[in-house]
Write a protein that binds this ligand. Structure first.
Ligand code: NIG
Ligand code: FE
Length: 416
């Protein structure tokens, strides 16, 4: 099957099979009045219609009129907590009246309340929840999403979430990449004492991660390193244990307090260090000198009504690799929308639109070890793209608060 998409007002994409770091994130390829050709699920040509060679032209067997839409790569959302059951709108409402996230967590809400509802849910309910969210993601242009466990916090609970991701992936419009976040918090029954906490870390290292690796349920392993949650030493131990089992490390780092998590993530060779709202200058320098992606989640600051956003400008100016993700979860970021995240990245973190597009596509793909396959519109890569009802890519941010995505394609198939 060879498909021609013609009458694109513009194609805007970063280029490359690796990440773009620092100021190179601004360098998009922009084609005006362009076409793409997709053959067997991959891009076979990108550019002006008059430049298509005769062999390729004669192989075209279907044609799609884009009616002046703009094409950008399918978004890569490289940090989500998709498999959860139950919502926390009441807590949200309490936060609107002045309660803080940490106060709510201390009174039994927060992650613990989602752990209760997720443990009670059947695997099928989790699959249905994941698919509903994946359909919303596709409507907003996402074609690849990472999905973390972390609301089971027991051997069976974590395996149930990861099996739900695996099974949902067979029907999902969005490609799902699984991460085991068993070290998201201490379980309600294992947090009362230092001994109970040590016991849970041993369960993660000795039972959960080996079971996950044995069943090949995850590509990545993650830890929430935070004051009052896992210490740097525990994070280090969990991620080293995961790595020894073939699970690539990522880390929730320096979100609510600066523990030196970003520097630890860089020293462990983590694929990403995520959040970074409280990252120190030393942390910025360490991440910038590494291939660990600084994965920024501005919707979380927004939703927590915080003035504190991750220092995106400092990270980019220091030559870091920066990506953007939703952090979709019921407590701190109840959204599936990558365009919303790009709007916050530009208007609140002062990233340029070009940097935001690279961060939301190619650099996210790099952190998921998929940059050779997706994240940009160029020959040879999987045909993952989004059509926007817009004359050019600037409208993605400029025309905010509405959904400009008219169609989403994953590997040559329209999925939304
Ligand atoms: O990424 N940082 C920890 N985990 C989530 C919040 C999860 C929740 O509140 O349910 C986050 O923000
Ligand atoms: Fe998160």
């Amino acid at each position: 099957m060879t498909l021609l998409i013609r009458n694109l007002s513009q194609i805007a994409t970063p280029l490359g099979r690796g990440a773009l770091r620092g100021h190179a994130m601004r360098e998009l390829a922009v084609y005006e009045n362009a076409v793409v050709i997709i053959r067997d699920g991959r891009f076979a040509f990108v550019g002006r219609e008059s430049d298509i060679d005769t062999d390729l032209r004669s192989s075209i067997d279907s044609d799609f009129d884009a009616r002046d839409a703009t094409a950008v790569p399918g978004f890569v959302d490289s940090h989500t907590h998709l498999p959860f059951a139950g919502y926390r709108e009441t807590e949200f409402n309490r936060r609107l009246q002045g309660a803080t996230y940490e106060e709510i967590a201390a009174s039994g809400g927060g992650i613990a309340s989602t752990v209760h509802t997720t443990r009670r849910a059947s695997q099928q309910e989790l699959i249905d929840n994941i698919l509903a969210r994946a359909r919303t993601m596709a409507r907003y242009g996402t074609t690849t999403a990472e999905a973390k466990s972390g609301y089971g916090l027991s051997v069976e609970g974590e395996l149930k979430q990861l099996r739900a991701i695996r099974d949902a992936n067979e029907q999902s419009p969005v490609r799902l990449i699984a991460t085991c976040l068993a070290a998201h918090d201490f379980p309600p029954e294992g947090r009362s004492s230092a001994t109970a906490r040590r016991g849970y870390v041993s369960t993660v290292i000795g039972e959960i991660l080996p079971a996950v690796a044995e069943e090949k349920l995850a590509t990545f392993c993650d830890v929430f390193v935070e004051r009052g949650v896992f210490t740097n030493e525990e994070g280090d131990a969990v991620l080293r244990a995961g790595a020894a089992l073939g699970l690539i490390p990522r880390m929730h780092a320096d979100e609510l307090s600066d523990t030196g998590g970003a520097a630890l993530a860089a020293s462990l060779g983590c694929a990403s260090a995520d959040h970074l709202m409280q990252i120190s200058d030393a942390g910025i320098a360490a991440v910038a000198a590494s291939n660990t992606v600084a994965n920024l989640l501005p919707a979380t600051s927004f939703f927590l009504m915080s003035d504190r956003y991750a220092p995106a400008r400092q990270l980019i100016d220091a030559d870091a690799i920066v990506s953007l993700s939703t952090d979709c979860n019921p407590g701190t970021s109840m959204t599936e929308s990558m365009p919303m995240v790009m709007q916050l990245a530009t208007l609140q973190m002062k990233m340029t639109v070009e940097e935001s597009l690279t961060a939301a596509t190619l650099n996210g793909a790099y952190s998921l070890r998929l940059a050779e396959e997706t994240g940009s519109i160029e020959s040879g890569k999987r045909a993952d793209l989004v059509l926007l009802d817009a004359p050019n890519y600037l409208h993605l941010v400029y025309h905010f608060g509405v959904n400009l995505v008219t169609r989403t394609m994953r590997e040559g198939e329209w999925v939304s």
